[in-house]
Every structure is written in structure tokens, then in C-alpha cells.
Design a protein around this ligand. Structure first.
Ligand code: PEP
Ligand code: MN
Length: 357
């Protein structure tokens, strides 16, 4: 294992640094202060900034890569930058950048991802892929596959949240279920949380990191700056190096392994019971579908529609209040029974229109 692989294998892996490289002094001082915390494994800084609208600070460009080289020489920290096209990939590699990442606005575009993949053909450099800005696991997976096809074995994924319409407390909604789906589909690939771009503020960073660690993420990419309030980009979400230490010291870093045999036995007992209940749920659902099919036959004989809105509303109202009295959220009950309802409609469609499932 070479040095950078060794560093990236650390758990939890901590990647930190400013949103953007702004000046040489800012880069060097932030790197020195982060190194001094003893908590940071890799230094990050944006050199080319893909901004939603023109006119915002768009990054210092190639000149910043030389600052990162100096920061590496001063601190020994490996350097990570975002790249969005072949030219940036080449520039970064020419300046001994150790780790690359593909940003959320690039992951959405298969042309750009392919261009980066082509530029990195047979290059041995670790590369992390952020989720696309839109809530589409297939696009994220597509970007992963394009890089994988170059023979790169040092790929990681970064969960930075998704754009959404309407208000939420997050800058980019985490949509944890999508990240977990990606984790499931990619297997053992390192999975990093970027709480900075999810939260868009400082006060929710800690709880977001904690949630990721509880879900067995492998590390954190978090923005830090010597003077966050005056940062040229993403000022509200960046923390000082001391702020970073404060946040990280409050995280409970859980492990996946069960420490003792006794605890293992307790978990096993509960898990056996859960498996039994899950089996019963499946059997009950199958029984329910049989009744639904019987109703389908009756509806067919009498030319009645499959969907009867009032009946469905009545079922949901009753189940929501029953669920709530048993400590189950209304949101969960609606999602769960919506899925059952869709499957029921499929079964009745099958019976009424002589289709196969
Ligand atoms: C960044 O890391 O500063 C950045 C631009 O992130 P994202 O691609 O997640 O928006
Ligand atoms: Mn940023």
C-alpha cells in the first residue's frame, strides 16, 4: 500500500479545508492550523468553483495549485481538489495533487464525467465522486461506473445532499435513503459525508456527521477556514480549525463490530425475533393480496373501477390514527400503505385485465 492509500484507509477519514483557495496566505495558514489540530488527514480546497450563477467568485484557477503544493511541503498533508474537465484533471496531476473529487454539478453530466474518466485512463489517483445535485441514484451510479471502467481502484463516494424544491432546514436535503441505496449498490466503496454542503450552516454540522457515523460512513469532508465569516464562498457553513476540533470531539465514533460475545448474544436474540416478525409481515401481506384479488374478481363481474378514492382515504385515516397511538409516525404509515395500495392495484389490474404480474 503506498502512502496515500494508507492515509485514505484511516477510519474515520477526515478531509478538511476551505471551500475555495482564496489567497496564498489563507491556504497556507488554514493548512498549518488544520495540521496542528492533529485531526485532519487530507487538506481540501476548491481551485475552480462551479457557481450556480455567474458573477460569484469562480475560483483562483491554476495559480492556486502552486499554493497547495507549498501547503503540502509545509504540513505534509495530502492535497485534494475538485476537477470538472480533462484540463483541470491534467493541471491538478501536474501539480502533484494527491486526491481528486468530482463535484455535484459535474456528476449530473455524463459527457463531463466521461471526459474526466478519459483523462484519467490508467492514471493511479484516488478520486471521490459527489452525488449529483438532483435526487437520482442512477446518475451517481453512472458516474461511478464510468470512472470504474478506467481501471481505477481508488474510488470513493461523497454524500453532499440533493437540491430540492420548497423549504427545508437544509441547504441540500440529505435524503439519506438515496445515499443508503447507493451504498447498497456499490458495496464496499469508501463513503464520505459532506455535512457542509448538506447543512449550509454551522449549527447542524455535528448532528449530520453523527447521523452519518451511525450509518457506518467511512469519513467526513468538512469545510474549514481561518476566517469563515469573510470567506469568498460558502461563508455561512465553514468553521474555524478550532470549531472543527470542537465538533469532532463531540461525535461518538461507533464501530460496526459488536464488542463482546454477551452483547452479540443479546443482539442475536432480538434479530431472531425481528426475522420472525418480518416473515409474519410478508405472510400477512400475501394474505391481504389474496383478498384484494377476490375483490378484483367481484369488481370485474360488476364493471366497477379499481380505484375508489373514498375507501382509500377512509383506510388511511383509520390507520394513521391507529399508527399514531402506537408510536408510528403518520409519514411512515402513509408511505408504507401507499406502497401496499400500489401493489394491490397491480394485483387487481392483473385479475381484471387478465395480465401476469
Ligand atoms: C465544494 O465542495 O466546495 C463544492 C462546490 O461542493 P458541491 O460540488 O457539493 O456543491
Ligand atoms: Mn463549498
Amino acid at each position: 500500500m503506498n502512502n496515500i492509500d494508507h492515509i485514505l484507509a484511516k477510519r474515520p477519514l477526515i478531509i478538511s479545508g476551505p471551500c475555495s483557495a482564496e489567497t496564498k496566505e489563507q491556504v497556507l495558514q488554514t493548512a498549518i492550523d488544520l495540521k496542528e489540530t492533529g485531526k485532519v488527514d487530507v487538506f481540501r480546497a476548491g481551485i475552480w468553483k462551479p457557481r450556480t450563477r455567474p458573477g460569484s467568485f469562480e475560483g483562483v484557477g491554476t495559480v492556486g495549485l502552486a499554493w497547495l503544493q507549498e501547503a503540502k511541503a509545509l504540513t505534509g498533508l495530502p492535497m485534494a481538489v475538485e476537477i470538472a474537465n480533462a484540463k483541470q484533471a491534467e493541471e491538478a496531476l501536474k501539480h502533484d495533487i494527491d486526491v481528486l473529487w468530482i463535484g455535484a454539478r459535474t456528476t449530473v453530466n455524463p459527457f463531463s464525467v466521461q471526459e474526466v474518466a478519459d483523462a484519467l485512463q490508467n492514471v493511479k489517483v484516488p478520486i471521490y465522486i459527489k452525488n449529483p445535485i438532483n435526487a437520482d441514484v442512477e446518475l451517481w451510479l453512472g458516474a461511478y461506473e464510468r470512472i470504474l471502467k478506467t481501471g481505477n481502484e481508488q474510488i470513493g463516494l461523497i454524500h453532499r445532499g440533493f437540491s430540492h424544491y420548497g423549504n427545508t432546514t437544509y441547504r441540500n436535503a440529505p435524503m439519506w435513503h438515496l445515499a443508503l441505496e447507493m451504498k447498497r449498490r456499490c458495496g464496499d466503496v469508501p463513503f464520505i459525508i459532506d455535512p457542509s454542503h448538506i447543512c449550509g450552516n454551522r449549527h447542524m454540522l455535528q448532528e449530520t456527521i453523527q447521523k452519518a457515523m451511525d450509518l457506518r460512513y467511512d469519513g467526513v469532508m468538512i469545510e474549514a477556514h481561518i476566517d469563515p465569516d469573510h470567506a469568498w464562498s460558502d461563508a455561512k457553513q465553514q468553521v474555524t480549525p478550532d470549531g472543527l476540533v470542537n465538533i469532532l470531539s463531540q461525535i461518538v465514533w461507533r464501530k460496526e463490530d459488536i464488542p463482546t460475545e454477551e452483547l452479540h448474544a443479546i443482539l442475536l436474540k432480538y434479530r431472531t425475533q425481528i426475522n420472525q416478525l418480518d416473515n409474519e409481515i410478508i405472510e400477512l401481506l400475501a394474505n391481504r393480496m389474496q383478498l384484494v384479488e377476490e375483490i378484483g374478481k367481484y369488481k370485474k363481474e360488476n364493471d366497477v373501477t379499481i380505484l375508489q378514492v373514498n375507501r382509500w382515504k377512509e383506510i388511511l385515516d383509520r390507520l394513521c390514527s391507529k399508527g399514531e397511538s402506537l408510536g408510528l409516525s403518520k409519514e411512515f404509515i402513509i408511505q408504507y400503505f401507499d406502497a401496499i395500495h400500489l401493489e394491490s392495484i397491480k394485483h387487481q389490474d392483473m385479475v381484471m385485465n387478465d395480465k401476469k404480474i
